[in-house]
Design a protein around this ligand. Structure first.
Ligand SMILES: *[C@@H]1O[C@H](CO)[C@@H](O)[C@H](O)[C@H]1NC(C)=O
Ligand SMILES: *[C@@H]1O[C@H](CO)[C@@H](O)[C@H](O)[C@H]1NC(C)=O
Ligand SMILES: CC(=O)N[C@H]1CO[C@H](CO)[C@@H](O)[C@@H]1O
Length: 186
């Protein structure tokens, strides 16, 4: 049977844990401090900081204090999701029986092909330090996802079957953009 521990002892021992050099901060060296700061610093420039932090942290490589590694992670996240959206457009096209909707989806397919060509060119600009080009690719790919979204506004108007995907692609490309701004000192 558990013997209840007096509250005061609990309080003292937790204080000791916090104050002692052998407390939590000693046991867990602050290896994550720099990387948390980097992600937080980058993401505070993002239109949706929470989205930015969640997206970057979904990749264990984001646990770094090297911004070029973070840039590479952000490019891959955007590329991976834009590729997923491109695949989804293809299956929506196969299912569409409405010529107007098919038209819009075909436009989005072409647009996403361009966005993917930008994103696939991005890693090379990171390697060569052409951060202005990286910035343009990121902005271009983000614009494209909004163009795809606008396509469904008509005429004739359709409920966009890609609104979440377009929004996510745009927000992921925005992460690449804010990192390229930091890298280039823009
Ligand atoms: C969009 O992003 C949100 C937040 O990360 C995620 O929960 C959702 O599954 C994503 N949807 C698509 C279609 O990518
Ligand atoms: C885009 O996604 C973000 C994050 O999931 C969400 O907060 C925002 O409301 C969405 N915007 C639109 C226009 O769907
Ligand atoms: C932030 C974001 O859009 N994440 C999505 C990227 O793509 C994968 C696979 O399609 C989704 O599971 C994520 O939600």
């Amino acid at each position: 049977m558990a013997v209840p521990i007096p509250r005061s002892i609990l309080l003292i021992s937790s204080l000791l844990l916090v104050l002692s050099p052998f407390g939590p901060s000693f046991v867990r060296p602050n290896a994550n401090a720099d990387s948390d700061d980097l992600v937080a610093n980058v993401c505070k420039e993002h239109v949706n900081p929470g989205f930015c932090i969640d997206a970057l942290k979904s990749d264990p490589r984001a646990n770094t204090d090297d911004i070029k590694v973070l840039a590479q992670v952000s490019i891959e996240l955007a590329t991976f999701n834009a590729t997923g959206t491109r695949v989804k457009i293809h299956s929506l096209l196969l299912a569409s029986r409405d010529p107007g909707l098919t038209d819009d989806l075909n436009k989005c397919a072409d647009l996403y092909d361009i966005a993917l060509s930008y994103l696939e060119s991005a890693p090379e600009t990171l390697k060569t330090g052409e951060y202005n080009a990286l910035n343009l690719y990121a902005v271009g790919a983000a614009d494209i996802s909004s163009k795809c979204e606008d396509t469904f506004k008509g005429p004739p108007p359709y409920q966009s079957p890609l609104s979440t995907d377009n929004n996510n692609t745009s927000l992921l490309c925005e992460i690449v953009k804010v990192i390229s701004n930091v890298l280039g000192g823009f």
